[in-house]
Design a protein around this ligand. Sequence first.
Ligand code: NAP
Length: 518
Amino acid sequence: MKTGAAQRHFGPAGTPQVAIVGGGFAGIATAVKLQRAGIHTFTVFEKSEGPGGTWWDNRYPGAEVDVASHLYSFSFKSHDWSRTHAKQPELQAYLEEVLDDFGLRPHFRFGTTVHDAVWDERTHTYAVHLEGGESVTAHMVVSALGLLNYPKYPDWPGLDDFAGPKFHTFRWEHEHDLTGKRVALVGTGSTASQIVPEIAPQVDRLYLFQREPGWVVPKGDRDFTPAERAKYQSKLQRRITRVKAAYLLEKNQIGGAIHRPGTKINSLREHQCRSFITRVFADRPDLAEALTPQYPYPGKRPILNSTFYPALLRDNVELVPRAVASVTEKGVVDAGGNEYLVDILVMATGFQPANYLASLEIYGVGGRTIHEAWASEPKAMLGMTVPGFPNFFILYGPNTNGGEIVSLLERQAEHVVSAARRMMRHGKTSVEVRPAFYRAYNRWLDRQMRGTAWVVSNNYYKAPTGRIVTQWPFGPLLYGVLTKTVSPLSERTTVAPAPAVHGSLPADARVPAPADAD
Ligand code: NAP
């Protein structure tokens, strides 16, 4: 595998130096897959002081995953989950455990923000610029920034005048005791719906501002019983549960029917949501009406939650079915001009997922930036590669949201490894997607979006042009098959015209690859 040419190109280790940007699920998956392939020359740059990505950032009360815990975990590291759907502290601890089990810590640089990466056409390397002025050289760059990493802060008039604490859920300020306080919570997405039942019993009054309701599906989350946990001590049982959960998810996504109004599975799901509303709000027709979406299922990202609706029946919770229009020193003003006096303002206003690589610039062939290449419509071949940006890979990139994310990230990490191996095997220094494949794939994707509820609804899936840029319309299985078959075919490899540059990432950040952790 490590040929003489690979050593000439990449240095004594004979493996490319890989800069991974982001230390959440995506970055960790890439690190483990590289290590397992015998490629130890990688560094993970993480802006936070610890691993976890979204689970490091989102520590709001009630933060919990929507996917079954046994599925929302790496195939190479199972865990004794305490709940059907793990909460943030357990997920954070799980990811820390992966780092330790696989000896990854020497490869991590925490508290380090990558500003940009500049491709050198002569040497086929990237100059990776870190905040603070340091620059490192890498043969490959992997963006593992995630999808929901760039918050959407509102620009309401008067926001700066608000006298009390105000913060976005992405940076929850735990130092403020909510006990007996009047709280405004803005937004009714997945985040707010988890916060409401958690803080409602504590606060004096909770005003929940809703611009447009989401479809809410009962989630059925609970702690595992001791008997279940005993059963899951068996590796086989954990595997069976994982496969079952993956099968159910895949079944619902066949042909993308669940996203298409009028199909059997879509109608069933919408009916399930409507029945949930009718059941919980039998005595509150006002709430039932305000919470029923006026667009087809799923339209926006569905909200999986069993406790949100019941919490809205509490006497101290008031749903304000109007957007926030402005903020005053003492409160929040809704679109109808009514002011609500509050002590604390919490913005659950979400993220900017369609604004891919918002915090990272990539300069490719000819010095063109990836944002210039996209012209506000982010696209990639299977979400990962863009023509003109050799040796650059995006994990959780354009049009890869919506299947089951952890297995999808593993497939993407495997693709990065496969590209590295192809270069090493064939004595090449760059790998780049062919424009014809990129164009054909994206035309095919656009056709798949037709007839989905996404097109006719307000959601965060669209570029300013209206194109759906975040969603993968099928299950993870098809994605995995395409990644294994079409991706390598779509790419060409070349050799750098100039003498080799061996990169400047610490090649000695080598730790013995441990045996399988699972
Ligand atoms: P979100 O789904 O984008 O929700 C933001 C909310 O803020 C929306 O309800 C939006 O209304 C509202 N909003 C924005 N400006 C407003 C204004 N001026 N007045 C009133 N409301 C306003 O963000 P999120 O809840 O943080 O969730 C983002 C994503 O993170 C989810 O879709 C999910 O993929 C992920 N997530 C996952 C989990 C999990 O796995 N458990 C938990 C939380 C989040 P509109 O709908 O009208 O835009």
